[in-house]
Design a protein. Structure first.
Ligand code: IMP
Length: 200
């Protein structure tokens, strides 16, 4: 019989969309907690890179919850906007983290750069830094990326965040038009996860 070891893990995010997607990637030999369940508020994300911020979150939640933590920091980089919104992807949605507000801002910023942007191929990528951090301070960071383009219109109802405006390379539909299964096969989070799953 194969022995599976069980352990507690806090998934370091209070974003329900991300929590759902990370939980779906994890095996069933874990007891998974969210910061909300344990009444832990998120730390300030003071890093300058996705990697820095994922370490800040994973370390913070691991210390507070006294268990291993898996945290991600992710976002959308748009080349024409000098890689913005980048690490500020969530903040572009305002205090209420409203993704419609964030998408409107993307369209507005692109129009400021180039009135004709809708007729052009606007290169972008999703980036995800995943960190697993153990209470003894050991940690491991993994980065995943997916390249694509910005759609000139919102399309699709699935997923979360900027999914309705992101079309991966070699696809004709946005992430929000894909089933979650199809998105997971190629997305930045599952790519980062592939390099970290040996710890579970
Ligand atoms: P974080 O919680 O600071 O890492 O915020 C990441 C933000 O990036 C999210 O709130 C979304 O706006 C955006 N984001 C990250 N991953 C995805 C994705 O898979 N689809 C759509 N938006 C994403």
């Amino acid at each position: 019989m194969i022995k599976k070891f069980f352990f507690n893990l806090i998934v370091g995010t209070n974003n329900p969309g991300k929590l759902r997607e990370i939980k779906d990637l994890l095996p069933n030999n874990l007891k998974i907690y969210s910061p909300r369940q344990l009444k832990i508020k998120s730390p300030r994300e003071t890093g300058k890179t996705f990697k820095d911020n994922s370490i800040i979150k994973a370390k913070f939640f691991s210390k507070k919850a006294k268990m291993a933590c898996l945290a991600d920091d992710s976002g959308l980089e748009i080349d024409m906007l000098d890689k913005k919104p980048g690490i500020h992807s969530s903040r572009w949605g305002g205090k209420k983290k409203n993704f419609n507000v964030a998408i409107k801002k993307v369209f507005k910023e692109l129009s400021k750069k180039d009135k004709d942007w809708k007729r052009k191929k606007i290169k972008a990528r999703f980036v995800c830094a995943l960190t697993i951090y153990w209470p003894n301070g050991k940690n491991f960071v993994s980065i995943g990326k997916i390249e694509g383009f910005i759609s000139s219109k919102k399309r699709g109802k699935n997923g979360f965040g900027y999914d309705p405006i992101f079309i991966p390379f070699k696809k004709k539909i946005t992430f929000a038009q894909m089933s979650s299964k199809m998105k997971f096969k190629i997305d930045h989070r599952s790519r980062a996860f592939k390099k970290i799953k040996r710890f579970f």
